[in-house]
Ligand binder design. Structure first.
Ligand code: AMP
Length: 282
């Protein structure tokens, strides 16, 4: 695995590979890697000639400065995980590499309603930050395929929109959520849970399963409320328990028995904010 710290060197290296017909798969991450990230890297390695991973904790997507400061960093360990996963190239840029003109006048993206619902509503500016970093990374790497996890369901939809807006021919490939044995979605933020919180964290998964099991035609509010109350009883501070159309993420009040739906949860345990989702009808 070759490690690059500068974007110009990486771009030059990858351009040569591209010109000689090599296919490039790209996995952007913020590090503190776990099996969820590693599956994406393995898939990128299996489906492309080169798999490129980036580790960059992007300041512009954090609406909460404390969350940014406390974001875990485990670079040595990340490198040890990436090599056996088949990662060919790792980019570990400094902030100046990603935002060479500073962070004051970054582009903004017309994301429509996606920016104002769910994560967009509770984390103002978050998806602009995601687009800023992903757009820049795509310009540097110019991949044929981009691999992202459906754990961040709304982020996948935002990046799909970004690819339409910037006109790049990169194919977005979304991958299943990787979970711990008790169902907790793997996340770098799980490292920040103490033992008591970790014991409770899988309640989010159980609420999603409950919604899937009880889903029936008609009003959805009672199910959302039941999920919210269950999490509050466990000590979570709930941002949302929502049920949306799977194809466009528009929140739904009722179900016709046919439309594919996804249930989504965001909730805090102490200072740690966890998100998860599950497709509840197909
Ligand atoms: P992050 O480092 O949190 O920005 O995540 C980098 C990529 O890994 C994103 O595309 C995430 O959706 C994906 N990812 C994070 N956790 C998981 C997981 N548990 N299962 C699958 N993909 C994940």
């Amino acid at each position: 695995m070759i490690i690059f710290k500068t974007s110009t060197h990486l771009s030059r290296f990858l351009e040569k590979k591209s010109l000689s017909g090599k296919q490039i798969g790209f996995v952007p991450t913020m590090g503190a890697l776990h099996e969820g990230h590693i599956r994406l890297v393995r898939q990128a390695a299996a489906e492309n000639d080169l798999s490129v991973c980036s580790i960059f904790v992007n300041p512009t997507q954090f609406n909460d400065p404390r969350d940014f400061e406390k974001y875990p960093s485990t670079l040595e360990r990340d490198i040890q995980l990436l090599v056996p996963a088949g990662c060919s190239v790792l980019l570990v840029p400094g902030t100046g590499e990603i935002y060479p003109s500073g962070m004051d006048k970054l582009p903004s993206y017309d994301l429509g309603y996606l920016e104002n619902i769910l994560e967009g509503k509770y984390r103002p500016g978050h998806f602009q930050g995601v687009c800023q970093v992903v757009d820049r990374l795509l310009q540097i790497v110019r991949p044929n395929r981009l691999y992202m996890g459906r754990k961040d369901y709304q982020q996948c939809m935002v990046v799909k929109k970004l690819l339409q807006l910037n006109g790049m021919h990169t194919e977005l490939i979304t991958c299943d959520t990787v979970r711990e044995k008790d169902g907790l979605a793997m996340s770098s933020r799980n490292q920040r849970l103490d033992a008591r919180q970790r014991g409770k964290a899988a309640s989010i998964f159980r609420v999603l399963e409950m919604i899937r099991a009880k889903l029936s035609e008609g009003g959805l509010e009672p199910l959302k409320r039941e999920g919210r109350v269950a999490l509050q009883d466990e000590g979570f501070r709930v941002d949302y328990v929502e049920i949306c159309r799977a194809d466009d993420l528009l929140p739904q009040d009722a179900w016709d028995g046919n439309t594919p739906l996804v249930a989504l949860v965001a909730a805090y345990l102490g200072e740690v904010r966890l998100i998860d989702n599950m497709q509840v009808s197909f």
